[in-house]
Design a protein around this ligand. Structure first.
Ligand code: HEM
Length: 229
């Protein structure tokens, strides 16, 4: 019963909320579609949070998407033990880097008064959900190894069965509780996503990569302004 709710119903509820609210927010509150960066308020601690977090999370997300879209290629790659080990070790290392970044992001928002002032309840909720996601991900990698292979054989067919509107719960029913928690929390992240600053992921300003550079000229003493915390 709970498996049906968590793995057969929750994914649709989360995706439904995700689709409806991201579109509604984009249409009605377009100017809130942003990471609402606080980098100008404080830059040093920001660097040690945001940079490792983004490198880590993008790499780990890329691995998950590879498992979803090219499972056969992943299995063929993993067929050679050295390559399997390299994939697993790299994924785990990037997850740890993500966690270090996230911890620094949260600490900064607690310690730097200006950053704390612009932090909302939805920020705290999404930081909590992301923390659970990354910590359980590391737990899965450590205690239930070779996930890059069993993802392709257990989770990929289940995810595609959801897409085909014919959830095959047999693929996930016997998985260890830590893996189940990692999956359920991922749907909670997806469902809560449109209410948070994470919407910036959907509006990445790609043209920044090729547009002409801009020169920013400060007309006040940056050190002085920032030393006020
Ligand atoms: C290509 C993809 C991405 C780009 C270009 C990008 C860019 C940015 C930028 C410019 C900021 C504002 C600066 C800052 O405060 O760090 C930011 C903040 C943030 N991003 Fe991303 N991001 C991307 C993907 C992601 C993903 C996949 C996640 C999480 C799943 C994420 C989570 C966050 C969070 C939580 C913040 C706020 C950090 C804080 O509290 O200061 N981003 N991102």
């Amino acid at each position: 019963m709970s498996d049906t709710l968590l793995f057969g119903v929750l994914p649709y509820v989360a995706m439904g909320i995700f689709l409806i609210v991201t579109i509604q927010r984009y249409r009605q509150r377009t100017f809130t579609y942003s990471s609402l960066s606080s980098q100008f308020l404080e830059n040093k601690k920001h660097f040690w949070g945001s940079v490792p977090f983004h490198y880590g999370v993008l790499f780990v997300l890329f691995l998950h998407l590879a498992g979803l879209f090219i499972p056969d290629a992943i299995l063929a790659w993993n067929a050679e033990p050295t390559r399997l080990f390299v994939t697993e070790a790299t994924g785990l290392a990037m997850a740890v880097i993500t966690l270090v970044g996230l911890a620094n992001i949260v600490l900064r928002r607690l310690q730097v008064r200006k950053a704390r002032t612009v932090t909302t309840l939805s920020d705290w909720v999404i930081y909590g959900l992301l923390a659970v996601q990354v910590i359980t991900g590391i737990g899965v990698a450590v205690f239930h190894g070779w996930g890059s292979s069993w993802f392709a054989t257990s989770l990929t067919p289940w995810l595609w069965s959801l897409v085909k509107l014919d959830p095959q719960l047999g693929y996930v029913a016997a998985l260890p509780w830590m893996v189940k928690l990692h999956i359920v929390n991922a749907w909670l992240v997806i469902g809560f996503f449109p209410f948070t600053r994470l919407v910036h992921v959907l509006v990445v300003p790609n043209p920044y990569l090729w547009r002409r550079t801009q020169v920013v000229v400060w007309n006040y003493d940056r050190k002085k302004a920032r030393s006020a915390d």
